[in-house]
Design a protein around this ligand. Sequence first.
Ligand SMILES: *Cc1c(COP(=O)(O)O)cnc(C)c1O
Length: 409
Amino acid sequence: MEIKPFENRIYLSSPTMHGKELEYVTHAYNTNWMSTVGENVNEAEKLICEKVGCKYAVALSSGTSALHLATKLASVKDGDGVFCSDMTFSASVNPVVYERGIPIFIDAEYETWNMDAEALEKAVELYPNVKVLIMANLYGTPAKMDEITAVCKKHGITIIEDAAESLGATYKGRQTGTFGSFNAISFNGNKIITGSSGGMLLTDDFEAANKARKWSTQSRESAPWYQHEEVGYNYRMSNVIAGVVRGQFYYLEEHIKQKKEIYMRYKEGLKDLPIQMNPYDEETMQPNFWLSCMIIDKDAMCKQVRGDKQAKFFKEKGKSCPTEILQAIENINAEGRPIWKPMHMQPIFQNNPFITREGNGRTKTNVCGEDKISCVCEDIFERGLCLPSDNKMTKEQQNVIIEIIKRCF
Ligand SMILES: *Cc1c(COP(=O)(O)O)cnc(C)c1O
């Protein structure tokens, strides 16, 4: 059977509007509350606090700005090391660099693809003075929070949780975005719900929330004139954006349900192939299933060569690789993506420390299987990929994508 490309492109994860968003945006417009103050901002903060179970939410222009202010709240200063997830999007770690801190990347584990508490323990041995950690919940799957929290407690390390991808996910019944002293969520266009852009800083610390609010609005002191004692930022969320967020909020659970169905359909449809879906612990975790991903078994990988900007593969019967599958998906006008390339492999972070369970991951003594693959992150990047996970994708369209993947093996 010949498969024709989709007429309308199927995206990895794109915004899905419902109508309610426009009502709140229109209200802002009609009442001229078109700045960074207004009912939508206040209500969006309140709704998120109630949902997530935090005391304070500060609505900001992006998840990145939330992470930046979190980094400042955690007192990261010039030359300070900060333990960071290695397998994450660069926005998790750039704010450390804004503050002239030094990201120290921690390898992932295979059970959730998130920061490995054992590797973290190793990093603490090597860098006992580091007092801040930023951990992400990749693709909407919570990290092993008990294990990570235990290490941090033992060594007095402040946790910043990057829950940009995991809004609505829970670990042991508790929402992600509450495990850190300071937490960030994102309303970027590709996230589980969106404001078109935007983010929030979440915390239970009253003074921290006030500081973040002040810093985000240019650090104005209460004085008759513009009086400044600290550096300020223009990071506050617009009341228009907040209207979109406020409208989307009511569809968070619906989006999670759709994303879970997508994940389960892939899991079922691909079950006879030598692959696994992005894993989670069913006992303790309820992911938000933001992105469905797969990883090819080691012995079912055909040869694939990745340079800095291009990739090649060598076809083998019964085997495949991310490069081949991504190309096949692209050929039918659907969007997949490689696994987020680990931070320690990024040219801008080539001189930053990278720690695995064995210690220094830069020495490549701890080869885990293939040539040149020296850690869990590199292995998942080599063998894994993100599948089209848009919640507007129909069952029929997804079946076509599943069929296309099967044909790669
Ligand atoms: C999207 C994302 C961010 C950044 O959020 P923005 O709102 O786009 O600034 C940070 N960390 C992770 C892991 C993300 O996926």
